[in-house]
Ligand binder design. Structure first.
Ligand code: GLV
Ligand code: MG
Length: 351
């Protein structure tokens, strides 16, 4: 049992107060960069103008002999590189790795006031969040950090899936979660080497024709990730956290990436990871609601200003529930329009 009145007290004397609500900002893409790569660092000020979130990756995809260089590179970026007001996140190494403790202690000490969110991989249960929560509070108190650094959990093991609700509810510091299909596939012993997306062998097939058993039977690919992503969305929505789709590994397959991102968007995810600059535009397009849907939603809100009653619009029934659906769409459009003049124009919110 935890005393509910303690939930919003800092876990260390001198640490900032936990936030009662997660800040909601445009989050269509979390753009991953390798901070050990000087060429990439040079491009960051420009990339920062094109993305919603920048993330210095210290975990998988960073070779073991680059682990320290990428941590040091990220600290240098946090101190010296002008990325405007683009949120800066880091994916630290996993809790059982030899690097996690130095990652977190050095990042908070050096750039704790610049770092918005720490993405923690392979979170398996509430105990992992409790550990990071207390450690962050101690480090924030020690280094006089002004506002709490939030935690983003990657949901990528079978145990993590099993415990997703308790992970999301473990701390007010939980900003959101990302779906990690590669580690999750390995953890579950799924027989795929792909990172996200469908699989041609995961399908359903129509019945045989009784009069011609050799006639071709139509097949349709199914989505192997539907259950897990939907479950993550529920856990996040139920606890006020934000769900993200994670990586799509086949950089050469822009269409497959767009489909995967859109399935996540339709189910309730706010954004996805971009692992390559070519995925930034895809995420931006997919996670910004379609202008015609926004226009329709605006008409519903205008027709039912207080959300009460029932009416027909273009042959479609509108009531309290559809009014709320339309609010989701219009509120997101307004949020994006504030950041993005191009979308302000498309949504009809330009001044
Ligand atoms: C991401 O980290 C994944 O494992 O898919
Ligand atoms: Mg992973």
């Amino acid at each position: 049992m935890r005393n509910p009145r303690d939930f919003f007290k800092p876990l260390a004397i001198g640490a900032p107060d936990p936030l009662p609500e997660i800040p909601v900002k445009p989050s269509r893409m979390v753009h991953f960069f390798d901070a050990s790569n000087p060429k990439m660092i040079a491009k960051l000020p420009d990339i920062a103008t094109k993305v919603d979130i920048l993330l210095g990756n210290l975990e998988d995809a960073v070779p073991v002999d680059k682990k320290i260089a990428s941590r040091e590179g990220l600290i240098k970026i946090g101190r010296e590189v002008d990325i405007g007001d683009t949120p800066l996140w880091s994916r630290v190494n996993s809790l059982d790795s030899p690097w996690f403790l130095d990652d977190i202690t050095q990042l908070v000490e050096a750039i704790g006031n610049r770092l918005d969110v720490v993405m923690v991989p392979k979170v398996e249960g509430a105990w992992d969040i409790h550990y990071v929560d207390r450690l962050l509070a101690q480090l924030e108190a020690k280094h006089k950090i002004q506002r709490p650094i939030l935690i983003h959990a990657i949901f990528e093991t079978a145990l993590g899936v099993t415990n997703i609700e308790e992970i999301c509810a473990a701390s007010p510091r939980i900003q959101g979660t990302s779906f990690g299909p590669a580690d999750l596939a390995a953890s579950r012993r799924m027989k795929t080497t792909r990172v996200g997306g469908g699989h041609p062998a995961y399908l359903v097939r129509t019945d045989p024709d009784p009069d011609n058993k050799d006639a071709p039977r139509i097949t349709a690919q199914q989505d192997p990730w539907h259950y897990s992503i939907a479950r993550m969305v529920d856990a996040c929505a139920a606890t006020g956290a934000l769900p993200f789709y994670g990586p799509f590994g086949d950089i050469s397959d822009a269409v497959g990436c767009e489909d995967q991102f859109r399935a996540a968007f339709l189910l309730g995810c706010v954004g996805a990871w971009s692992l390559h600059p070519s995925q930034i535009g895809i995420a931006k397009r997919v996670f910004s609601p379609p202008p015609d849907e926004v226009a329709f939603a605006k008409r519903v809100l205008e027709a039912m200003p207080d959300g009460a009653g029932v009416l027909m619009l273009d042959g479609k029934m509108q009531d309290d529930a559809t009014w709320k659906q339309c609010q989701v769409m219009v509120n997101l459009a307004k949020l994006l329009a504030e950041k993005d003049p191009e979308y302000a124009e498309l949504y009809g919110f330009a001044a």
